[in-house]
Design a protein. Structure first.
Length: 387
């Protein structure tokens, strides 16, 4: 700060700097509780008061204390908003500011007087916080000496009231939005799980396949450096990798012998069916790579688009190896499971033609590590099950 500024100017600059800081915090991603305490600290400092309490309205009738600063009897302050002996409820019911000290002549309760004496306060001011003509909460100011209600003080108080009301409304909206996002995420998770169950009921020969490939794919993805924030999309992609088979007829899906040309052509369309099914769902678009591209091959001979090498999304290249591994090492109606070493040799033989050579190299290291195979894999800080 420029030291040549006079005292009133310095005070104004400090206040502007504090307002900028508080606005940045309130508009940022800090949690609701922290935002309110940042606000109260600003009020106590720049209005020169000894204690501040902030209440929000519940259903338009009740008050809940969400932040308080400068009190010795914190637990008592928490209940004052709903207590008939407090002043905050009176502010809410009247919609008007209430000031109390020994000279105002305003009536109050014996309980409130005892509270003031116990805390050592002389002056009190309770103010309604109005947003869009509705009372969003109540702000209470306490001082051990009379408030210094200069014109500057009153102007800043008016700003504080607007800022406090808008902060409460903003944080309510953000909290509601977060709750909505959480509910949507749960709904999507349940939908994905239902789709997977429906698919495995239809294709009874692959029961359990999805969970097995999910765990191994996540291990390989982590080993190959896929960022943590992408693992949730990898998880969804694996769960939905065969969702396109819902469009395949039971006759083809349940056939125990080899498919003829027409049947094979229909089966090869299931990645495209998956793409058409999932693309309209914005939430699932980041998970499309695996369902759409896991049958593409490194040399360009795969389907449905004949992508080659790095044109194939990285997550799909990882999953392709795991998918074939699981298919080879589990029993199918037309053949018994292969020995793991035979399956591993087959996969190694396809490096550079069917599979990304680097992925094969990493996969071999992974499979040969007992520790990697037996330990659970975290997804975004949890087990592999949540999406």
């Amino acid at each position: 700060m420029d030291q040549s500024l006079n005292q009133p100017c310095k005070k104004f600059v400090l206040r502007l700097e504090s307002i900028a800081e508080i606005m940045e915090n309130i508009n940022g991603e800090i949690d609701q509780s922290t935002a309110f305490y940042v606000l109260l600290d600003h009020i106590a400092t720049h209005l020169d008061v000894d204690a501040v309490a902030l209440y929000v309205t519940k259903n338009g009738e009740k008050l809940e204390n969400i932040a308080r600063l400068g009190f010795r009897l914190n637990d008592h302050v928490k209940t004052m908003g709903s207590d008939e002996g407090g002043q905050a409820k009176k502010v809410l019911s009247t919609g008007k500011a209430i000031r109390y000290n020994q000279t105002t002549g305003n009536s109050t309760t014996e309980k409130f007087l005892n509270f003031m004496r116990q805390e050592g306060f002389y002056d009190y001011l309770g103010l309604p916080l109005v947003e869009d003509k509705n009372i969003a909460g109540v702000l209470e100011l306490f001082s051990c000496t009379p408030f210094n209600t200069t014109q500057d003080w009153q102007l800043h108080l008016r700003f504080i009231l607007g800022l406090s009301a808008s902060t409460i409304q903003r944080k309510k909206i953000l909290h509601k939005r977060k709750m909505t996002e959480t509910e949507l995420e749960v709904a999507y998770s349940e939908t994905l799980e239902a789709w997977v169950r429906a698919l495995e009921i239809r294709d009874r020969y692959t029961a359990g396949h999805t969970q097995r490939v999910l765990e191994l794919t996540l291990r390989l993805a982590i080993q190959m450096g896929i960022p943590q924030e992408m693992l949730v999309h990898t998880t969804r992609g694996v769960l939905l990798h065969d969702i396109g088979k819902l469009a395949i007829s039971d006759k083809i899906l349940h056939k125990t012998g080899p498919l003829d040309n027409n049947e094979w052509q229909e089966m090869r369309e299931h990645p495209r069916f998956a793409y058409n099914l999932l693309k309209p769902i914005h939430y699932l678009r980041p998970a499309l790579d695996i369902p759409y591209c896991h049958h593409e091959k490194w040399d360009g001979s795969g389907y449905p688009r004949g992508l080659r090498a790095d044109e194939i999304p990285f997550q799909a290249r990882i999953f392709a190896v795991v998918d074939v591994w699981d298919a080879l090492t589990t029993d199918r109606p037309y053949r018994a499971a292969w020995a793991k070493q035979d399956a591993l040799s087959y996969i190694q033989s396809k490096a550079g033609t069917e599979f990304d050579p680097k992925v094969v190299e990493e996969f071999v290291d992974l499979v040969q590590s007992e520790q990697a195979i037996t330990q659970p894999i975290p997804v975004d800080g949890t087990t592999t099950k949540p999406l």
